[in-house]
Ligand binder design. Structure first.
Ligand code: NAD
Length: 364
C-alpha cells in the first residue's frame, strides 16, 4: 500500500490512474478536496479494491496519525499543495499553511510511522516529495538550465512555500534520517488539469469563443512536460532513487507562452474547425477566421519570472528515465482529451463538480 496525498488534483490523479493501470498494489489517497480536488478525476478507479479515499487535510496531525496506523503505507508520494501562482499572490497564507505546515505535519507523521517499522520495512520505506522548478527563481536568456545544485531563489509566494517544504524534507533526512527523495519538475500539461492553468484555460476559452489572455509580451519561457512522463519519473524515483537526493525532471522543451498558445490554436483550427462551429470575437462581434484571433495581451503578473529551464541529466543518467512524449505528441493528446471531455470542463467551470463533492463527502 502506498499513501498518495493530493491525489484528486491534476498530477496526483494522473499518477494514481497510471499506478493502478499497471500495478497490483493498493493506493490510499488523502485529499482535502479544495477547489482543485475533483474526485471525478478518479471515477474510473473509485470502485477498485486497490483504491481507498480519505477525505482529509494534511495539516490535521491526528488524522495523519490515524491514516498511517490504519493503512501502514510502505511509501508516501506527497502531491498535496496549493499550486496556483496567481492565487498565491492574492492570498499567500493558505500556501504557507498547506505547503509548509502541512508538509511538516506529514513528515512528522511519516517519521513516527517509519520509526516503528522493523528491518526490511524500515529500510525500504520512502517519502517522495513532489516539488517544482519554480523554487530556483528566474533565468536570463543565456543562463544554463537549473541543476539540482542551483541555489534556491523563489520569487512568488507559491514558489517560496514550496521552497520551504523542500527544505523541511531535506531537514527531516539530515536530522532524523527519514528516507526522503525530492523531485523538482517543470510545468506539466495533460488531462484533468484545472482550467485556471495556461494550457487548459486556452483550450477551454478558445472553444467557448472567449479571449485568450496572455500575460505581458508572452515571451516568458517555461519547460513543459506531459503529465504521464512526470508520473513515470516519480515512480522511477520511488523505485530507484537514492535516499536524500533531489532529482530535476523536465522535458528539454523550452517554449515561450505565446508560442504555446499559437500552437494550441493551430491544433484547434484543424480538430475543431471554425467552419463547423463559427465563433464571433467577444469584443468586436466579427466572425473569427482562426482561434488565434482571440489572443489578448493583458497586464503582466507581478514578479513574473522570465525563464525556467531544467537540466534533467541526473535522472536520465542515474535512473534511466526519459520523456516518451514530444511537445507535439503531448499537446495533441491533451487537446484531444479536452475535446472529448467537454462535460468535465463544463462541470469544473460552472462549479457543479462541487455539488457532487458536497453530496458525497460533506453530508449535512
Ligand atoms: P492541483 O492544485 O491540481 O492539486 C492539488 C491537490 O491537493 C488537490 O486535489 C487538492 O484538493 C489537494 N490539497 C490541497 N490542499 C490540501 C491539504 N491541505 N490537504 C490535503 N489535500 C490538499 O496541483 P497539481 O498541479 O496536481 O500539483 C501537484 C503537486 O505537484 C504540487 O505539490 C505542485 O507543487 C507540484 N508541481 C506541479 C507542477 C504543475 O505544472 N502542475 C509542476 C511541478 C510540480
Amino acid at each position: 500500500m502506498i499513501l498518495v496525498t493530493g491525489g484528486a488534483g491534476f498530477i496526483g490523479a494522473n499518477f494514481i490512474l497510471q499506478w493502478l493501470a499497471h500495478r497490483d498494489e493498493a493506493v490510499v489517497n488523502l485529499d482535502a478536496l479544495t477547489y482543485a480536488g475533483n474526485p471525478e478525476n478518479l471515477r474510473s478507479v473509485e470502485k477498485s479494491d486497490n483504491y481507498r479515499f480519505v477525505h482529509g487535510d494534511i495539516t490535521d496531525a491526528d488524522l495523519l496519525q490515524q491514516v498511517f496506523a490504519r493503512y501502514r503505507p510502505r511509501a508516501v508520494i506527497h502531491f498535496a499543495a496549493e499550486s496556483h501562482v496567481d492565487r498565491s499572490i492574492h492570498g499567500p497564507e493558505a500556501f504557507v499553511h498547506t505547503n509548509v505546515t502541512g508538509t511538516q505535519r506529514l513528515l512528522d507523521a511519516a517519521r513516527r510511522h517509519w520509526q516503528h517499522l522493523d528491518g526490511h520495512d524500515r529500510e525500504t520505506f520512502r517519502f517522495v516529495h513532489v516539488s517544482t522548478d519554480e523554487v530556483y527563481g528566474t533565468l536570463g536568456p543565456d543562463d544554463p538550465p537549473f541543476r539540482e545544485t542551483t541555489p534556491y531563489a523563489p520569487n512568488s509566494p507559491y514558489a517560496a512555500s514550496k521552497a520551504g517544504s523542500d527544505h523541511l524534507v531535506r531537514a527531516y533526512f539530515h536530522t532524523y534520517g527519514l528516507p526522503v527523495l525530492t523531485t523538482n519538475c517543470s510545468n506539466n500539461y495533460g488531462p484533468f488539469q484545472f482550467p485556471e492553468k495556461l494550457i487548459p484555460l486556452v483550450i477551454a476559452n478558445a472553444l467557448a469563443g472567449k479571449r485568450l489572455p496572455i500575460y505581458g509580451d508572452g515571451r516568458q519561457v517555461r519547460d513543459w512536460l506531459y503529465v504521464e512522463d512526470h508520473c513515470r519519473a516519480i515512480e522511477r524515483v520511488l523505485k530507484r532513487g537514492r535516499v536524500g537526493e533531489t532529482y530535476n525532471i523536465g522535458g528539454w522543451n523550452e517554449m515561450a507562452n505565446i508560442d504555446i498558445v499559437r500552437k494550441i490554436c493551430a491544433v484547434l483550427d484543424r480538430w475543431a474547425p471554425l467552419a463547423d462551429t463559427p465563433l464571433k470575437h467577444p469584443e468586436t462581434g466579427v466572425a473569427i477566421g482562426h482561434y488565434a484571433d482571440l489572443i489578448a495581451f493583458v497586464a503582466d503578473r507581478p514578479g513574473h519570472d522570465r525563464r525556467y529551464a531544467i537540466d534533467a541529466r541526473k535522472i536520465e543518467t542515474e535512473l534511466g528515465w526519459t520523456p516518451e512524449e514530444t511537445f507535439d505528441t503531448g499537446i495533441g493528446k491533451t487537446v484531444k482529451w479536452y475535446l472529448d471531455n467537454r462535460g468535465w470542463v463544463a462541470r469544473v467551470q460552472d462549479g457543479s463538480y462541487r455539488e457532487w463533492i458536497a453530496q458525497h463527502y460533506n453530508p449535512s
